[in-house]
Design a protein around this ligand. Structure first.
Ligand code: SAM
Length: 232
């Protein structure tokens, strides 16, 4: 899989790619994550990437004649046709189900906006889908882009390792419930003991306990996830 992020600030993101799961995904799971800076596509001697909004108003807007060539250049990097995602608070809200669909693709280009956003014509020309990571407004699309990269990448085969599957996480394929509580050493801390079933070594009892905990937690915290599945 090739995942590319088109951004005005690639240096903001490069450090994140060198750690933990994202590093492992690139080294061992055949995921190529590539940052495409907008600055080289800027216009004029100053490589300008933004300009004032037509009609007036606050802030700046990323230029269509900068963003479109950058995305088209990224498209040429990989043979497989690209799915283009435009980060935007106005987009379709990201969820785990959509992440699973995205994780099955070969080539994704994520465009990070900045300032007041991107000239509307860029998405009209290139196509693609606007994606929001929640109903709040961030300064730029760099963090949303990395949220997407992380959420998609960890669902690729081989990334999390054989010992652990994403299906057991919250919103996993089985039921879509929340995951139950987790514990580690020490067994007792400030009089609070780890549930004894987890120390029993009885795998079936542990699995059943975890499922029940996940279901209970889902009823308490996110009953909407159970709508239509059981009598919550
Ligand atoms: N003026 C825009 C509006 O009101 O819809 C907001 C622009 S925001 C300050 C700048 C950029 O941050 C956006 O173009 C987008 O790339 C990114 N962004 C901000 N909030 C986001 C969110 N919730 N989800 C995805 N991207 C977001």
């Amino acid at each position: 899989m090739v995942l590319q992020v088109v951004t005005l600030f690639p240096e903001m993101l490069s450090g994140l790619l060198d750690h933990s799961m994202l590093k492992r995904a690139q080294e061992r799971a055949g995921v190529e994550i590539r940052l495409v800076g907008l600055r080289p596509f800027g216009v004029g001697t100053h490589r300008t990437t933004d300009d004032y909004p037509f009609g007036g108003g606050p802030g700046m807007v990323l230029r269509v004649d900068v963003v479109v060539p950058a995305v088209e250049w990224a498209m040429m990097h990989h043979q497989a046709p690209a799915t283009v995602l435009w980060t935007s608070p106005q987009g379709r809200r990201l969820d785990q189900h959509w992440c699973r669909e995205l994780a099955s693709l070969d080539h994704i280009i994520i465009v990070a906006g900045h300032y007041e956003g991107i000239d509307e014509r860029a998405r009209e020309i290139v196509g693609g889908t606007e994606v929001s990571i929640g109903d709040y407004v961030l300064t730029g699309g760099e963090l949303p882009a990395m949220v997407l990269v992380d959420a998609i990448t960890r669902l690729r085969p081989g990334v999390l390792g054989a010992e652990r599957g994403a299906a057991e996480d919250s919103f996993g394929e089985i039921g879509g419930y929340l995951e139950g509580p987790q514990y580690t050493r020490p067994e007792v801390y400030r009089l609070k003991a780890v549930p004894s079933v987890l120390l029993s070594g009885h795998h079936q009892n542990i699995r059943q306990w975890r499922e029940a905990q996940g279901l209970e937690r889902t009823k308490q915290r996110r009953p909407d996830l159970l709508d239509g599945q059981i009598d919550a």
